[in-house]
Design a binder for this molecule. Structure first.
Ligand code: SF4
Ligand code: SF4
Length: 422
């Protein structure tokens, strides 16, 4: 085995610039520390953030997006993940983790995107479907514990290392995949757009999503670009980010709820899903402490809690960093619901975020996390089921969670995979 991670030329998430590599072995250390894998890439990209030479980089696709932005035959739609708005400022001299949602929307408009939508809407949809699945599994006492499936590196890990337990993964697609499906199937007809001429772009903190959108069963998103690619586009276009006019998201699939925003942090999916699961199980809003569920927040490797859902009490776990799942795997059946995120701190620590020295990473992640939770606390709509746009899409198009249409376009299947780099 080499002293460094093996990167297959077909890897959709990362690539190595050979001339820069000094064969120091740091990437292999990172991979082993985080994932404990035997040279088997799951596309998390964390080796990008710790390579001292900048030799491993995301597989860039922003130049392809730029070509479509110049082609007036196409409607180019970008959907932004929560963690980008608290990281893009790090590239342009703002305070670490500064919340720059409206500046981010403004600059995307300046770059020429026809519509700027918020993936927190897709996150709210994911919660509606996933919490409904959890309710059904609890009522039927089947396929428990349910495991989240929005982190694509985690899904790949399960497919490679726990192929017998794929029934435990939630079948709900990730927020960007739901967003892609809804844009092409619903937004297009609402806005009288030819869906064949829509180019859907996911702007994410994550390089693993570049591989996710290439899965044939998850059609809907055409490109995935990272926060650092957005910074490149801004610089190449000669835009002064600090002079950009702050702008609101486009409406209809515009902003999501606070629950959608905290998806960007480890524990956020769990907290959001529990708010909605309580509501679905009891037909009443969850108690106020569900809106500030601090026990599942932060960067502890394994966070556990007993949760009183009124009709039943359940035990949940939030796993921060994939290798930590193996610590609880022998007692998996003690739990009812488990969230797993690959990157440290969740998506805010994704490998598509701005590069910086390793010593600063923790401070920046802490600030990003704090600012996402602050936004949730300030929002009027904090539950996915209260989001008026979500209510409308169910009323006018999907019917209800887990309906035939929902199952058709918002859910997916997983299959066992062999353990080699992909
Ligand atoms: S960390 Fe970077 S420089 Fe070191 S071996 Fe890996 S790719 Fe090469
Ligand atoms: S992307 Fe993640 S899994 Fe793949 S080699 Fe790098 S650290 Fe390992």
């Amino acid at each position: 085995m080499e002293n460094r991670v093996f990167i297959d030329p077909n890897n959709k998430s990362i690539m190595r610039i050979e001339e820069r590599c000094v064969n120091c072995g740091q990437c292999l250390n990172t991979c082993k520390n985080l994932n404990n894998l035997d040279d088997d890439c799951i596309n998390c990209g964390q080796c990008i953030l710790t390579c001292p030479m900048g030799a491993i980089v995301p597989k860039y696709t922003y130049q392809d997006v730029q070509k479509y932005l110049l082609n007036s035959d196409y409607t180019v739609i970008v959907s932004t993940s929560p963690a980008v708005r608290v990281a893009i400022g790090d590239e342009f001299g703002y305070e670490p983790g500064e919340f720059l949602e409206r500046e981010m929307v403004g600059v995307l408009k300046d770059l020429g995107f026809d519509y700027v939508l918020d993936t927190t809407f897709g996150a709210d949809l994911t919660i509606m479907e996933e919490a409904s699945e959890l309710k059904r599994r609890i009522e039927n006492q089947k396929d428990l514990p349910m495991m989240t499936s929005c982190c694509s590196s985690w899904v790949t890990y399960m497919e490679k290392y726990h192929g017998n337990d794929l029934n435990l993964l939630s079948s709900s697609k990730s927020p960007i995949s739901m967003q892609g499906a809804i844009i092409k199937n619903y937004f297009a007809s609402k806005m009288n757009l030819n869906k064949e001429k829509i180019i859907n772009v996911a702007l994410t903190p994550c390089v693993s999503k570049k591989s996710e959108i290439a899965r044939p069963e998850l059609e809907g998103m055409d490109f995935c670009i990272t926060t650092s690619e957005l910074a490149m586009m801004i610089r190449e276009a000669g835009i002064d980010f600090k002079a950009v006019i702050p702008t609101d998201f486009d409406s209809l699939l515009g902003k999501g709820s606070g629950a959608g925003v905290i998806f960007g942090a480890s524990g956020g999916v769990m907290e959001s899903a529990l708010r909605t699961a309580y509501y679905l199980l009891n037909n009443e809003p969850a108690p106020i402490d569900f809106l500030n569920f601090t026990v599942v927040r932060g960067e502890v490797p394994i966070k556990e809690a007993f949760v009183d859902l009124k009709v039943t009490k359940i035990k949940v776990a939030v796993i921060n960093g994939i290798k930590n799942i193996e610590m609880i795997y022998p007692r998996l059946r003690d739990y009812t619901f488990i969230e797993v995120m690959s990157c440290p701190g969740g998506c805010i620590g994704g490998a598509g975020q701005p590069m910086m020295s390793i010593s600063k990473l923790q401070t920046y992640r802490d600030k990003r996390m704090k600012n996402l939770y602050a936004d949730d606390a300030n929002l009027k709509v904090r539950n996915s089921y209260d989001n008026p746009d979500i209510k409308e899409v169910y009323r006018k198009y999907l019917g209800q969670p887990l309906s035939e249409v929902s199952e058709d376009i918002l859910h997916t299947k997983y299959e066992e995979k062999i353990k080699t780099s992909v």
